[in-house]
Ligand binder design. Structure first.
Ligand SMILES: [Zn+2]
Length: 355
């Protein structure tokens, strides 16, 4: 395989799949792809948004997603090299990004018809959904990927965010990873997703407003009792206002609006802390810890105030105890946490992990 890129800019090799989807190969790959099983010019089905008048937020409806791939056996994994009917027909590869076959949001989503008989605002579900596969190795994970690959992953996030924000309608791009069956994962090959939104979703909107009003996230990196692991350019910390019992955030010390703006040294530190977070959880809980990992970066218009950072929201509160989002959280939006952030930070700091 070709050697992975040493600079902070990455340029993919782009392929067009027969059904019109784009595929971006980052780093090395071997083999010439072909997808004889894909129908050319596949007809899209579109999602749409409806306004929830009481919660004051948009809900996306994509009925076509019900038929999506659900937990295929390991020998039928669509992301493994050589898989029959696979998405990635290569012999080997580093990182692959491609349009989701069952995309919830579409770049060319049309303005929907009003809902008959209802005076309910509706709008196009404009956006883009990509899948990002971290490795050709089915058994790899964020905890086991080599440092070089994790550095490449951070750069690929930056490149996809930059590239998707070039689409005029796109407002913000959020890479994320759902890990573990408890987090709803239907395919176990190491992968995440990258959602581009043609509107500002409420949580990112609230964060953007807070940063616009002057909230300084980087100050948390100076509070020793919350820092779990430190590097010269970024800290792994439990925020003092954690909503899940053992949240961990990766926060750069200098303001950077996107992973694309990180220096090479900063990229390395963030890449180191990605594995540190995953290994800390797996060691602390004594099992593969299900979590949701969120990569936040500046929406359009907030590039001067919104800092790139990563949040891990683990779904466990003890080795075999799930943290359920239930009545109080779902019904009132008020999180109940059994452990103080200071204690959580101390517990996680005491975990001995392989580096
Ligand atoms: Zn696989």
């Amino acid at each position: 395989m070709a050697e992975e890129n040493k600079t902070n800019n990455v340029t993919p090799t782009t392929f067009r799949m027969p059904d019109g989807r784009s595929l971006y190969m980052y780093g090395g790959f071997t083999g010439e792809p072909a997808w004889p099983w894909l129908e050319p010019n596949q007809v899209h089905s579109y999602s749409h948004r409806r306004w929830h008048p009481m919660r004051r937020e948009w809900v996306v409806y994509s009925a076509h997603r019900q038929s999506r791939t659900y937990k295929p056996p390991a020998n039928d994994c669509p992301f493994c090299p050589g898989a029959e009917d696979g998405e990635l027909p290569f012999q080997d590869f580093s990182i692959a990004v491609f349009d989701n076959r069952f995309s919830s949001l579409q770049k060319d989503a049309p303005k929907p018809e009003p809902v008959p008989g209802l005076d309910l605002p509706v709008d196009a579900a404009t956006g883009n959904c990509e899948v990002i596969v971290y490795s050709s190795d089915h058994k790899a994970s964020m905890a086991s990927l080599p440092l070089e690959r994790r550095e490449l992953l951070v750069k690929v996030w930056g490149d996809r965010i930059r590239s998707l924000l070039e689409v005029p309608a796109m407002q913000v791009v959020m890479p994320f990873e759902n890990r573990g069956e408890e987090a709803g994962v239907t395919l176990h090959h190491p992968h995440g997703q990258i959602y581009g939104f043609g509107y500002l979703p409420p949580i990112i909107g609230a964060m953007a407003q807070s940063f616009r009003e002057g909230y300084d996230l980087s100050k948390l990196t100076k509070l020793e009792q919350y820092v779990v692991a430190d590097t010269p350019n970024a800290s792994l910390l439990v925020p003092p206002f954690t909503r899940f019992p053992y949240e961990l955030w990766i926060v750069p010390k200098q303001f950077r609006p996107s992973p694309a703006a990180l220096s090479t040294a900063e990229t390395t530190d963030v890449a180191n802390l990605l594995a540190r977070a995953a290994n800390t959880y797996d060691t602390f809980f004594g099992r593969v810890c299900p979590y949701v990992m969120l990569v936040y970066s500046a929406p359009k218009g907030f590039e001067d105030v919104f800092p790139f950072h990563i949040q891990f929201q683990p779904l466990l509160r003890a080795p075999n105890k799930m943290k359920f989002i239930a009545g109080c959280e779902l019904g009132a939006g008020s999180f109940l946490v059994d452990i103080l952030p200071e204690t959580a930070a101390q517990n996680l700091r005491n975990v001995e992990v392989r580096s």
